[in-house]
Design a protein around this ligand. Sequence first.
Ligand SMILES: NC(=O)c1ccc[n+]([C@@H]2O[C@H](COP(=O)([O-])OP(=O)(O)OC[C@H]3O[C@@H](n4cnc5c(N)ncnc54)[C@H](O)[C@@H]3O)[C@@H](O)[C@H]2O)c1
Length: 468
Amino acid sequence: MVLPALDIPADRAADSRRVSITRSVSTSPTATFMSPPSSFSGARKASVKHLKPFNTGDIKILLLENVNQTGRDILLKQGYQVEFLKSSLPEDKLIEKIRDVHVIGIRSKTKLTANVLREAKNLIVIGCFCIGTNQVDLQYAADHGIAVFNSPFSNSRSVAELVIGEIIALARQLGDRSNELHQGIWNKVSKGCWEVRGKTLGIIGYGHIGSQLSVLAEAMGMSVIYYDIVNLMALGTSKQVPDLGVLLGEADFVTCHVPELPETQRMIGPKQFEQMRTGSYLINASRGSVVDIPALIDAMRTGKVAGAALDVYPNEPAGNGNYFHNDLNTWAEDLRSLKNLILTPHIGGSTEEAQSAIGIEVGEALVRYVNEGVTLGAVNMPEVNLRSLTLEDSDHIRVIFIHQNIPGVLRKVNEILGDHNVDKQMTDSRGDVAYLMADISNVDHNGVRELYEELESLNSCIKTRILY
Ligand SMILES: NC(=O)c1ccc[n+]([C@@H]2O[C@H](COP(=O)([O-])OP(=O)(O)OC[C@H]3O[C@@H](n4cnc5c(N)ncnc54)[C@H](O)[C@@H]3O)[C@@H](O)[C@H]2O)c1
């Protein structure tokens, strides 16, 4: 390990903003060992006792796919070097760029496969500025000490509002009336059209989205019941019911907000449609696997179900275009022929507000990880947190030791840390990877170097970071 010097590279010297950041002291309480604070440079040994926060200007970030401005602003404010591109990159270009960066921010189109990550020698963290993380080889990343963050709940409100819109649209057959008039047909009807006030909404899955929806529905005068495998406190005057059958038998509108799990696969199928009230409505904006669509088609043809809104499907195309046909899902044409059926292309969470919230959530998670090593919300690492170091802890350092989860590691680590005063320490594991965080006081420059080298020399070591 060679401690980097403080020299400003020529390509950065031209950038006056970066130069000023490089020379100033950031307000970050901690630092990575890759970018030590000025107090650790040989030239400034006199100030070793006054440990300063590190120079965040040395952290290089690549943001692809037009990551929202809110996320960019958070990262720029830290003084990191941020390169921003509007599109994703083909694999060869991505490999070229990823070699140099400590942080990469992507959305759903950039594929971070093992092949790409293998080249990312400096990478410590990946930010997925979206909900899904399928585009990243999470196991490879964890095995190489690269944390991955996403934003699973930033769009809950957007989904809840879409569902509210759909409840009224189904009750009033708005989709059909609008389609008819688009074709020049005036069809003024009131039969089979209802107010939603006084009707019962049955929510399956009372999590982030389900509970938001509960509050909004009650504001429109609906009664709310919900079914969840967990016993959850009811909001407003809503009521939890003991099983799915009870909910289906009582609800005028049934809406699904469960995760995709083996137990939720086709959880609404022929038997459940039988249990539903005749003339009730079904909404699914959760996952396409949750509703058995051929069974829904049957239930709508017989009039058991008076209308439905689907936002998600078992197979969804990768991009926009003329794809919603039988070769995508075998029943697509039958589905499209049904009346009072609202079909939307997985837009539940697609709002400007959600994008902005995603930028903030992921941007802040990246800053916390880079500056403090906190893994709360990581999708491929154990979640580890210690209270922040402050400027009063001027002689403290934070040790992050990502290691293989094998017997005997902690004994060896504690032997290394044992010569120092360990103020606080936390360790946790997830599968084969374990994450240790320890705050240590009274460590001088040489001590930091020794600690780093000793930890790095352990066979179990995946990645060591030391933050000041
Ligand atoms: N349409 C979209 O654009 C969009 C956007 C965001 C989320 N989603 C989907 O919405 C769904 C819900 O999201 P969320 O953020 O509210 O999730 P969440 O994790 O906050 O809540 C899910 C709830 O479902 C419950 N649950 C799990 N298994 C269950 C079962 N077998 N029966 C009953 N309840 C069960 C859980 O206990 C939890 O309370 C997810 O499938 C998510 O992928 C869709």
